[in-house]
Design a protein around this ligand. Sequence first.
Ligand code: NAD
Ligand code: WQD
Length: 410
Amino acid sequence: MEEKMQVYEELVARGLIAQVTNEEEIRDMVNNGKATFYIGFDPTADSLHVGHFMALCLMKRLQEAGNKPIALIGGGTGYIGSHTVVELQNSGYEVVIVDNLSNSRADVVDHIEQISGIRPAFEKVDCLDFEGMDAVFAKYPGIKGIIHFAASKAVGESVQKPLMYYRNNLVSLINLLELMPKHGVEGIIFSSSCTVYGQPDHLPVTEAAPIKKAESPYGNTKQINEEIIRDTVASGSPIHAILLRYFNPIGAHPTALIGELPNGVPQNLIPYLTQTAMGIREKLSVFGDDYNTPDGSCIRDYIYVVDLAKAHVIAMDRILNGKQKDKVEVFNIGTGRGLSVLELINAFEAATGVKLNYQIVGRRAGDIEQVWADPSYANNELGWKADTSIEETLRSAWKWQLHLREEGIM
Ligand code: NAD
Ligand code: WQD
């Protein structure tokens, strides 16, 4: 009996079966295509009883599960990871999330399920824990690809705690690269950053631009991570990799069920801006209006997080379908549009109708003056394009902030 309950709980946890309690729910699932048929099942009894009050919907997914590629998403309850999980599920991937919840909440898994209708498997494991990760791969045989979001990402904190950043961001990747061949995992998509370019000599910046000396230990971990992947592949490891260099991801899922949850006082522009608009912060400080840009404020390439998430699905398909040109490929994931801080503030006010309290203050140490992507390689080679307008993106960020207030989170 205990064994049967374990199997039952495992299937529920993996989202392969759904528990329903009345016929109306069953009809609803069948009519909406989530289940093809149902069997009545009382896990405490010895046999199956069709029509028993505790019916189980056996999902279409169960039949298809054997054919679906399985992806392991490290850091999958985080900001970019959670949006990517939804897009992977929408594209037919079976997802296993691994996250130590150091910078995210367990209920993100519920919210992902609310959006996609599919509950991803979730393992609270630290990527630094080699044996723990080994056990995850053994528990979910057939994982074909990894997306590695799990990292510490606060630039300022990395200056204060460099060893913590080097350990977390380097060792977690090394563990995955060591475990991949053992478990037959074909490819890894790595979350890199435009920070590797520093202040580029030419704009927009292409993938061929030189890597500049990192401004922070965080930035350095991204550069070293890229090198670790290249060296591993060059050494003859059977794996494939795609390095995605994100520009500035912003916004939230249109449902406002998932988004960015900054810890404490936000360091990044958009969470600080939306918290100011909400009255949580008194004033947004614009760091500098004396840069060599048209309005004097810094310029960045702000990309909608859902557009960014979709790039991962295409990259994963590319690896698994053997479409890569090289075993390690690099893509800029940006819009190709540079916006200044002041332009962004104006766009936010225009898109939401909310007036923002802000002041110009001095420059922030370590800021790059201006950077935006040349995304044409990703556009042409991946057939991917960031096409959401800045207004829609900023409305989604504001909707997310309102949702956090409604939920009493912030
Ligand atoms: P995030 O902090 O929201 O997500 C990272 C997730 O990884 C969190 O859920 C955290 O709990 C988890 N995590 C951290 N260390 C872990 C470990 N050792 N084991 C297991 N889980 C661990 O960050 P995000 O904004 O979603 O960023 C995702 C990735 O993209 C990071 O690698 C980040 O460096 C990179 N990136 C982010 C940005 C950005 O502006 N957000 C820009 C460029 C690159
Ligand atoms: C954007 C612009 C600020 C806050 C950082 C990391 C980078 C990458 C993304 C991961 C800048 C200005 C900000 C504020 C402001 N992460 N600003 N007032 O600095 O481009 O990049 O996050 O890899 O590595 O360095 O992003 O959101 O902090 O700043 O005026 O209160 O907004 O000066 O011009 P940044 P950001």
